[in-house]
Design a protein around this ligand. Structure first.
Ligand code: SF4
Ligand code: SF4
Length: 206
C-alpha cells in the first residue's frame, strides 16, 4: 500500500537534452532543429502519429523525458527519408528517431504491445543465430502472434500469396526445421554481441 509520500513523476527534466545528446545515436543534432515543421508536413505517416519528429525534438528540449521515451511515435518511422532530404538544417531525423526507439527499449520504457516494436524484436531474434532471416518462421510468427484461430484466418486470407511464394521457390516449408545459415554465423553473433556491448556503454564508449 502506498505511504502517500511517493515522489510524483517529474513532468520536466531540464537535463534531458544532454542525456539525448550523450546516449542517443544522432542525438547531438536535436538542438539544431529550428522548428520549421517541414519534417512534420513531409512525413507520410504524420497524421497517424502521436508526435511528429518536430514535436519530439521540441519535447526533448522542453525536458519531457517520460512523454518522449514512452511514446510509440519513434516506432512508427518507416525510414523513408522524406524528412531528411527536406530538412533545411540537414538533421539526420531518421537516425534520431530510431536512436530514440532503441534507447527507450534499452531503458525498458518502450511501449509494450506496439506492433512495430514487436516485429523488430521478432525479426532480430529470427536472424541473430543464423545470420539470415528464416522466412518460414517469421511468417508463422506474424500470422499466429495473436492466437491460433486468428493465425488460421490470416493464413487462409493470404493463401494465394503463400502458394505463389511456394511455387516461385521463395518459401520453403522445410525451413521450419532450421533453415540455412550464413557462412560465418559465429562472426555475425560476435558482431551483434559487440554492438550490444557498445550500446550498453552509451555513446561515450564508442
Ligand atoms: S525539418 Fe528539420 S529543422 Fe524543420 S522541424 Fe524538422 S527537424 Fe527541425
Ligand atoms: S523517415 Fe520516418 S520520420 Fe522521416 S518522413 Fe519517413 S517515416 Fe517520417
Amino acid at each position: 500500500m502506498s505511504s502517500g509520500t511517493a515522489t510524483p513523476a517529474r513532468p520536466y527534466q531540464a537535463d534531458f537534452l544532454r542525456e539525448v545528446e550523450r546516449e542517443v545515436e544522432g542525438g547531438e543534432w536535436v538542438r539544431m532543429c529550428m522548428q520549421c515543421g517541414v519534417c512534420a508536413g513531409s512525413c507520410p505517416f504524420g497524421p497517424h502519429w502521436e508526435h511528429s519528429p518536430q514535436k519530439i525534438f521540441m519535447m526533448i528540449r522542453a525536458g519531457q523525458r517520460e512523454q518522449v521515451l514512452t511514446s510509440e511515435s519513434m516506432w512508427m518511422c518507416t525510414s523513408c527519408y522524406n524528412c531528411v532530404v527536406r530538412c533545411p538544417r540537414e538533421l539526420p531525423i531518421t537516425t534520431i528517431m530510431h536512436g530514440l526507439a532503441s534507447y527507450s527499449q534499452r531503458l525498458g520504457l518502450a511501449p509494450k504491445m506496439q506492433p512495430t516494436r514487436d516485429f523488430s524484436l521478432a525479426f532480430y531474434d529470427n536472424f541473430k543465430r543464423t545470420g539470415r532471416v528464416n522466412e518460414m518462421k517469421i511468417t508463422l510468427w506474424v500470422y499466429f502472434k495473436d492466437g491460433f484461430v486468428a493465425g488460421l484466418k490470416k493464413a487462409w486470407a493470404m493463401r494465394h500469396v503463400g502458394f505463389g511464394l511456394l511455387k516461385a521457390g521463395r518459401l520453403n516449408p522445410l525451413e521450419i526445421l532450421g533453415g540455412h545459415r550464413c557462412k560465418d554465423s559465429k562472426g555475425i553473433e560476435a558482431m551483434l554481441a559487440k554492438v550490444q556491448q557498445i550500446e550498453q556503454r552509451g555513446k561515450a564508449g564508442r
